[in-house]
Design a protein. Structure first.
Length: 67
């Protein structure tokens, strides 16, 4: 029942958008050296939502395969 409520929403609140940006920036910082916070655009589409995330980064971090 809760899933139906969430899919019918048209937009995220400002608080939810800020939390999403913070969380995405934290995850991206594992792979990149971010320059500021991620920008997020959530748009309602015919089939659900389109989510566009932009993040400016100074570099890609070196990752090693787990041993």
């Amino acid at each position: 029942m809760k899933a139906a409520v969430y899919t019918e929403r048209e937009a995220m609140s400002e608080t939810e958008a800020e939390l999403l940006k913070r969380d995405l920036t934290k995850v991206f910082s594992e792979y990149f050296e971010p320059c500021g916070q991620a920008e997020v655009d959530v748009t309602r589409t015919q089939n659900g939502y389109s989510v566009c995330v932009l993040l400016k980064a100074a570099r890609i971090k070196r990752m090693r395969r787990p041993q």
